[in-house]
Design a protein around this ligand. Structure first.
Ligand code: ATP
Length: 474
């Protein structure tokens, strides 16, 4: 099969597919939208949940040394004083004196406005915290902030988790949830938005062990990326040099990916020392030290922090999964089907015309790893005939207990296959007249199962169908 990864247009194609098929819509669209806000549609929410659920299973449920929490989005403002966010969480902002557009000074090349070439102001620090008020009075005393990261929840709850779970070092606290940053230049679809989701772990250790656990988490992050289906060549592990790291970090690795719009941060891994616990202990007056169960010594644990962006994971999963293939190199069954529908050009002239028009020749397919696919099985009656629908709905009811399924009886079967390819459904189950026994006893109670990647079809007995799909999808 021929593969076409036209990276110049890849972003546009993925954004358009997301809208067309219901993965991701522009936010508040009927009101003209809200710049850089996006809503996850029926397929997008499944894809995003698959990522979050797999992460939780892998890093919380399957490990004895990590527990989860879900802390409040709006916390006591003192949290952000202690963490340094109120004084330090800012980006350098420049404004064009001519067109008044604003930019992050560290993200533009050259000294002039990237939009109009006008002169830029000197950089000023702009705090990214999202401000709000608690209660009805909009007074200074009631100012609060939406969290800019999930991490501080884990530090603030450290003592409660320690006391209730009786963990010993090393152990981690994990959280998945929304964070808010008043970004100066959001953009590139869901890459940088003002409201986004993170998956983070604060892994508490003894200071002497930091290198060992840093390497451990780097390994875990690499394995995660492999399982997400990310090509190794597109990943970069950038060790941030001294002087460029946050002041509390002794080592930071930015995990970067070659996005169509450039090499950018996907995830991060940092050794945060005991910076956060120390500051919270100072500011809150609570003793946050850990007592060594053997020596009785009290000390503040150090922290390794692996952090994953959920939305950037979704974006990378979509970019990696997107493929265009030449249908002419499809299977004989596929070709026969297209021919039957009059879609496969047969004469050289018709072929040339179809290829010039780009018709019926390329199929778009999202080749997600199976665990990621938002819909696992599509159940498609060959036509809308009542007895076919009834049988297909019975099969849907049977399979939907075990797999996320979709039932579709609209349009031609060819169009429905195309749609399932475009949303990355690994298997299509087709119910035809043979299933009903109208073509003899041999094929009664059997269905066709079509494989997304090879487009081959197999005839499977209904009695074996669940087991067959379970094996294929595991
Ligand atoms: P950047 O340099 O891109 O602004 P950062 O270094 O500030 O990112 P962190 O504070 O390390 O990012 O946040 C951890 C992770 O959260 C990032 O690796 C990214 O996946 C995600 N993330 C951060 N900011 C945003 C955003 N505005 N939109 C979407 N995801 C984000």
């Amino acid at each position: 099969m021929t593969h076409d990864k036209d990276t110049a247009n890849l972003m546009e194609k993925v954004v358009s597919l997301c809208k067309r098929r219901g993965f991701i819509f522009p936010g508040s669209e009927i009101y003209g939208g809200l710049a850089n806000s996006w809503d996850y549609g029926p397929l997008g929410v499944e894809l995003k949940n698959n990522i979050k659920q797999e992460w939780w299973k892998r890093f919380v449920h399957q490990r004895t040394d990590v527990v989860g929490i879900d802390s409040a989005l709006v916390m006591n403002p003192k949290v952000w004083e202690a963490s340094g966010h109120l004084s330090n969480f800012s980006d350098p902002l420049v404004e064009c004196k001519k067109c008044h557009n604003r930019f992050r000074a560290d993200q533009i090349e050259g000294k002039d406005c990237p939009d109009c070439g006008g002169e830029l102001t000197k950089p000023q620090q702009f705090n990214l915290m999202f401000k709000t008020f608690i209660g009805p009075a909009e007074e200074e005393a009631n100012v609060a902030f939406f969290r800019p990261e999930t991490a501080q929840g884990m530090f603030v709850d450290f003592k409660n988790v320690l006391e209730t779970t009786r963990r010993r070092l090393p152990f981690g606290i994990a959280q998945v949830g929304k964070s808010f940053r008043n970004e100066i230049t959001p953009g590139n679809f869901i890459f940088r938005t003002r409201e986004f989701e993170q998956m983070e772990i604060e892994y508490f250790i003894e200071a002497k062990d930091w290198e060992k656990y840093f390497d451990h988490w780097l390994g875990e992050m690499k394995q995660w990326l492999t399982d997400l289906g990310v090509a190794k060549e597109k990943l970069h592990f950038d060790d941030i040099p001294d002087g460029e790291r946050a002041h509390y970090s002794k080592r930071t690795v930015d995990i970067e990916y070659d996005f169509p719009f450039g090499k950018k941060e996907l995830y991060g891994l940092a050794y945060r020392t005991d910076f956060d616990l120390k500051n919270h202990m100072d500011k809150s007056g609570e003793d946050l030290r850990y007592t060594d169960p053997v020596s009785g010594e009290k000390f503040l644990p150090h922290v390794i922090e692996p952090t994953w962006g959920v939305d950037r994971s979704v974006l990378v999963a979509l970019l990696e999964a997107y493929h265009e293939e030449n249908i002419e190199s499809g299977t004989p069954q596929e070709k026969a089907l297209l021919k039957k529908q009059g879609k496969l050009p047969t004469t050289p002239a018709a072929k040339a015309l179809a290829s010039a028009k780009g018709e019926a020749e390329t199929r778009v397919v999202l080749k997600f790893p199976k665990w990621l696919a938002p819909v696992k099985v599509a159940i498609l009656p060959l036509s809308k005939k009542e007895n076919l629908s009834a049988k297909a709905k019975e099969i849907y009811a049977m399979l939907a207990k075990d797999f996320v399924c979709e039932y579709d009886e609209t349009q031609s079967i060819g169009k429905r296959y195309r749609r399932q390819d475009e949303i990355g459904t690994p298997y299509c189950v087709t119910v035809d007249f043979a299933t009903l026994g109208e073509e003899g006893d041999e094929q009664k109670d059997t269905v066709t199962v079509r494989d997304r990647d090879t487009m081959t079809q197999e005839r499977i007995a209904l009695a074996d169908l669940s087991e067959y799909l379970r094996k294929k999808l595991s």
